[in-house]
Ligand binder design. Structure first.
Ligand code: PLP
Length: 290
């Protein structure tokens, strides 16, 4: 699982992965200056379903501009690249990772515009979650990096040191996941997933401030909620409210939807919660599409 395939789409061609390796002197490798995205391709019997491919690719291209990197391929060209890669590798459920970076050896910037922008799409086998694995969480001692320091609504490689440290802290505390607060103490999100909280029939999720990553899974769940008879309220949520919720879940492209059964001293019966099950069933139905 998560083994990266030997073939990649790199600057317009399917090539062996090594051809896309950045130089050890690459500026992107040293400083984390690059952007990526995470996409799932589910093999549904005789073809793939890719959820919101346009939205993922457009997000990648938009995010690259926050680092003044213009992706030299259109959304259409990148989509064709994704399908081309899937056509060349064994049929399976994949996590696809497009990455925009500068591979050439150049430690110091002389002229950014002279440095080529590279694009690679990697594919790693990632079977969908057949079993719903509940998460035990804590409020992380690591704060969400402020949008005043980095544009965190973009998936910038270097920003993920923040998520990495959240995971390390969770591991050290013996829980599965950390929940980050923003610098004003509001609940932001998990290391790489957005959060939803359930109280009776009411569902709340942290409002999209610039300190929260605007997840595509989050947007999908908000979009389908009315068809499930559920209203989702986007608002500020504080840790002081955690005792009032009956259920909590996280969502993200890679992690899918996961029930949270504990946040510090609070316990939740999320797995059996009717509202959570409705979201889970709907999510699974969508990902089974062709
Ligand atoms: C910090 C963070 N929050 C939330 C998400 C969920 O976003 P999406 O649903 O687009 O995968 C991700 C994953 O990309 C993430 O890295």
């Amino acid at each position: 699982m998560f083994e990266v395939d030997q073939l990649v789409w790199y600057n317009g061609k399917i090539v062996p992965r090594e051809q896309a390796d950045p130089s050890v002197a690459s500026y992107s490798l040293h400083l984390g200056i690059g952007v990526f995205d995470g996409i799932r391709a589910f093999w549904n019997g005789d073809r793939y379903y890719i959820h919101a491919l346009d939205a993922h690719i457009e997000r990648l291209r938009r995010n690259a501009t926050t680092l003044e990197m213009e992706v030299p391929y259109s959304t259409e060209e990148l989509k064709v690249g994704v399908w081309e890669l899937l056509g060349k590798i064994p049929q399976a459920d994949y996590y696809l990772r497009p990455l925009v970076y500068r591979s050439q050896p150049q430690i110091f910037i002389k002229d950014r515009n002279q440095m080529a922008v590279d694009v690679v799409v990697l594919a790693a086998i990632a079977p969908r979650n057949q079993v719903v694995k509940p998460l035990r969480c804590h409020i992380s001692p690591i704060e969400r990096v402020s949008h005043r320091a980095m544009p965190i609504s973009a998936k910038i490689c270097g920003t993920y040191v923040n998520s990495y440290l959240v995971r390390l802290a969770a591991e050290a505390s013996g829980v599965d996941e950390g929940i980050m607060l923003d610098r004003s103490g509001k609940i932001a999100e998990a290391a790489a997933a957005n959060l939803f909280f359930i109280q009776g029939e009411t569902v709340v999720t942290p409002a999209l401030t610039p300190d929260i990553f605007p997840g595509i899974t989050r947007a999908t769940l908000i979009e389908v909620a009315p068809s499930l008879g559920i209203e989702v309220i986007e608002r500020d949520i504080y840790p002081q409210e955690l005792g009032r919720f009956e259920a909590v879940f996280s969502c993200g492209t890679l992690s899918e939807i996961k029930p949270v059964v504990q946040i510090d001293e609070y316990q939740y019966n999320s797995l059996d919660n009717g509202v959570f099950r409705k979201f889970l069933d709907k999510y699974r139905e969508i990902m089974q599409r062709f």
